[in-house]
Design a protein around this ligand. Sequence first.
Ligand SMILES: C[S@@+](CC[C@H](N)C(=O)[O-])C[C@H]1O[C@@H](n2cnc3c(N)ncnc32)[C@H](O)[C@@H]1O
Length: 531
Amino acid sequence: MCAYRGREGMNSNRGDGQGGRGGSPRDAHGDRGGYKGRSDSRERSNGRKDADGRRVGGGRRVYVGNGGRSGGNARASHSGRSSQAPRRLENHASPARIAACLSCRIVRERDAFVSEVVPGVVSRMGPMKPEDVAFATRLARGVVATSGALDDFINRNLYSPADIQPNVRDALRVSAYELLYLKKDDYVAVDQGVELVAYVEPKARALANAVLRKMARTASRWPFGDVGTDVVALSRKVAFPSWMAKRLVEEMGREQAAAFMEASNGDAPVHAAVNAIRATDEEVLAVLQEQGADPNLVEGIPGCIRIGTPKAIRSDVVTKLFEDGKVLISDPSAQKVASFALPGEPPSAFIEVGSGRGTKTVLMQSNAMRKYGKQFPIVSVDDHPFKAKLLRNRAREYGLTSVQTKVADGRKLTSLYEKGSFDAVFVDAPCSGVGTLRRHPEIRWRLTERDVAKMADVQLDILIDAASLVKTGGQVVYSTCTVFREENERVVERFLKTKFGERFEMTEMLKMSLEEDGPDAHFAVRLTKRF
Ligand SMILES: C[S@@+](CC[C@H](N)C(=O)[O-])C[C@H]1O[C@@H](n2cnc3c(N)ncnc32)[C@H](O)[C@@H]1O
């Protein structure tokens, strides 16, 4: 992923197999039956500390007797606590919802990545059952992915949306998500929503009660319009910003855009790449098979393996494969681009711009072993020193012998290297990352149309400067992991129209679209320098 400097990794694939969409929410969290679910949660949460170090579920024993139905004040007196005692101590929000809500707050406050935040929050909650962890993860990811649409819904149910505290809004979002996207029983969503709001802000319990009841009443009208004719209603249903939905519909047509947006809300299947520098496909397949990972080679992409049972890759034996640099997690589209980026003959001077943490660097050298029987010298440029350091470490880990990292602005490389001094150039451009939304649920609500336009200008500048480095007869591969024409075809068109760009011809295009249960969407073109 590009724009938000995310990373390809196991965590974003959720090897636990807990889907953002698959399975019944009730299966995951035992909420069917309202109070039963609630008392289960209390049972589990007794004595536990939350991510902020507060005790959760302290009033459990007292309230099982009365079905847990009494309100906050009633509970306080029933348990013999003074009315000044923080009601939070007797809060009945389930640990999974608390973890999800706290995770969403951190993502919001720190512009963080949800996949990186949830494990930390969960670990600070104390022991949680695997199904609670899975539900917390699912909720947090879902809420982050749909937050703009949830706010639209929440605001319709508030008299004064601007006055709501951000932490209260976080809690309301969790309930709105359960109502709209998980189709939870109204009762569960409202009851747990009130508890969750009271957990983050005890004084807001009454407000939460009123708002959540109203939300439960209006949920049946969601998405407030005919999705067949109204793009904004469609955008609400699939939880995309309306500008993005409109643009996708304009570029792909309604049907394909709707399918793309739906698929972006699903789970990405888990794929691995065999590092041919360190292992053979047969060796890796045998281990994965033995460990019950249900591996299958993907046709047309050398060394790409789909992992049918992701849980199995947590075994010690498979972990060792990863630790030994024999295999890495990577989407098939990224693997395909890394194969596409290699010229027909082994290059003696190759430069990649936007090397990041080096996933494609590893993949390219692995492919080089398959294609040429050897690695090739590569200069890997990124403007981010931290990423260059990571790449150097990864190069050692994966057995890369010919990588030279360079921290530099890809728009100014001609001040560092002689024009025409490379056989091949690979621009893995910083982009909006809209082809990878399943792995990066934060992107869609952070991105603006202006960001896309700015990115397209940077992409063009990088392409123009980097292309000057290639010799006549050499190739430039330009790639992104987005679907917007402005960042893909349009950048290439703009480049080809420049005085220098006229020397190039587009000789090949690779477009991978996003499909449910398929790879991410990527784009790549090969430009050959004719004179
Ligand atoms: C698509 S991501 C890289 C992914 C990477 N190639 C991989 O496979 O792991 C694009 C990269 O471009 C880098 N970048 C952004 N602006 C840049 C610039 N002006 N010059 C050089 N690199 C830049 C970002 O830091 C980011 O790592």
